[in-house]
Structure formats: C-alpha cells, structure tokens
Design a protein around this ligand. Structure first.
Ligand SMILES: NC(=O)c1ccc[n+]([C@@H]2O[C@H](COP(=O)([O-])OP(=O)(O)OC[C@H]3O[C@@H](n4cnc5c(N)ncnc54)[C@H](OP(=O)(O)O)[C@@H]3O)[C@@H](O)[C@H]2O)c1
Length: 212
C-alpha cells in the first residue's frame, strides 16, 4: 500500500513509518515542513535494509496514497485532518490519545467530542473511512526494529478502514483485534495512560497489551 504518516517525523510516526516500509509498503512521512520531512526520511531509510522512506509536506505526503495515519499530537489532530485530508479518498487511521498528568499520574482527558477519534471523524469529509488503531503500542517498541512486537492492537471504527488498519497492524508484527465501532474509542484510547502508569510504577518499559 502507499501510506502517508502525517507527523511521521515524531516519536510514534517514525517507528510506524520505518516498520511499514520494512514490511514492503511505500511510505511517505509528512511534516509541516517539507525539508524536515525529507531529512528525517533519509535518516529512516538509513536504518532500513534496502527499503526507502520518502518525506514531503503533510499536504503532498497524502497525494495518491491509500492510507493516511494521523500521527500528530491530540490537540492538533482534528485541525491537521481538516487542513490536509479535505477531499481525501483513502482510509484514515488514528492512533491519537489525549492525556494529561494529575499528581504525577497520566489520566485520559478526551476532547469535548468524547474521544479523539470522534473529534477527528467530525473533521473529515462525510464518508471518509476512519479506523482507530495502534493507541496502545509504545513508540519505543515500534522504533526498535530488532524488537519483536508481540502485542495486540485494538482496532475500531468503520468496517473498510478496520480491515486496512488490521493489515497494517499485522505488518508491524502485532495481532489486530476488532473491538467495535466508534462507541468504544474512549475505552481503547484510555488504555494508553493506564499502560504508561503501569510501566513507570512497575519498571515495565514500553508496556503494551495482550488479551489472553
Ligand atoms: N509516543 C507514543 O508512544 C504513542 C503511542 C501511541 C499513540 N501515540 C499517539 O501518536 C500521536 C503522535 O505521538 P508522538 O509521540 O509521535 O508525538 P510528537 O512526537 O510530539 O509529535 C509528532 C509530530 O507531530 C507534528 N506536530 C507537532 N505539533 C504540531 C502541530 N501544532 N500541528 C501539526 N503537527 C504537529 C510534528 O511534526 P512536524 O514538526 O514535522 O510537523 C511532530 O514530529 C499522538 O496523537 C499520540 O497520542 C503516541
């Protein structure tokens, strides 16, 4: 597939982009600045054995792609979707989680829409297929290509988009699990701050989930 990772210059998008390129996808990382994307993409390509990651502005990155992953911070995800994905005819994937710190612990702080996924959905054109995935996979694990990802990825949203997101989850080495529609978005998103708290308090680096 041809995949744009918007905000792919960041911690999470970088790991996802390199893993998807390694799996054989044509990957373009997007940035607010084309030059930054090109430089970062060249660094990612160096980490790969033969595969290539390209870089472009967010708007150019999505051109003729099958999938766009919104790997930007929660406060800017909906505005990025509005700015870049107007008229987009591919599938959109959100890994976006909104959280803050209360007395040292991470807590889920969803936007007024109830979840980041719902906020992004409202920002997209009607009918653009959207799925939530990868919320509970830590960037550190994704970025270390020698690490075997033995974790589950909860996938929710529109059916067509869920199929695509599930394929991508398999391609990074995770097990995709269909968990429902947009109503479950807060459940999936809110698992991420819990995982961080579990990790920091119990010395588990980059904690993930496995349903058994
Ligand atoms: N980090 C994790 O372990 C993890 C795990 C699961 C899910 N997630 C989710 O994945 C998303 C990305 O996380 P991250 O840790 O990679 O974030 P990040 O490194 O803080 O930011 C990612 C990229 O977003 C772009 N960005 C920053 N401010 C922006 C703005 N105002 N408007 C548009 N783009 C902006 C930047 O790219 P440019 O400067 O190049 O434009 C940046 O490199 C978040 O929504 C997060 O909740 C993260």
């Amino acid at each position: 597939m041809k995949i744009a990772v918007l905000g792919g210059t960041g911690k999470f998008g970088g790991g996802l982009a390199t893993r998807l390129a390694e799996a054989g996808h044509e990957v373009v990382v997007g940035s607010r600045k084309a030059e930054k994307a090109e430089e970062v993409a060249a660094d990612y390509t160096e980490k790969l054995d033969g595969a290539e990651v390209k870089g472009a502005s967010n708007a150019e990155a999505v051109e003729s792609t099958d999938v766009a992953v919104l790997a930007v911070p929660p406060d800017y995800a909906a505005e990025t979707a509005r700015a870049v994905l107007d008229g987009y005819d591919g599938v959109v994937v959100t890994p976006v989680v909104s959280m803050s710190r209360v007395e040292g612990d991470f807590v889920y702080t969803p936007p007024d829409a109830g979840s980041s996924a719902e906020e992004i959905r409202a920002a997209l054109d009607d009918g653009t297929p959207l799925a939530g995935a990868f919320h509970n996979l830590a960037a550190g694990k994704l970025a270390d290509l020698s690490f075997e990802i033995d974790a589950d990825v909860a996938v929710f949203g529109d059916d067509e988009a869920k199929e695509t997101a599930s394929e991508l989850a398999e391609d990074v080495g995770a097990r995709p699990l269909d968990v429902g529609g947009f109503g479950v978005a807060p459940q999936v998103e809110s698992l991420t701050p819990l995982l961080i708290n579990v990790g920091t308090k119990n010395g588990i680096k980059d904690a993930g989930v496995r349903f058994v």
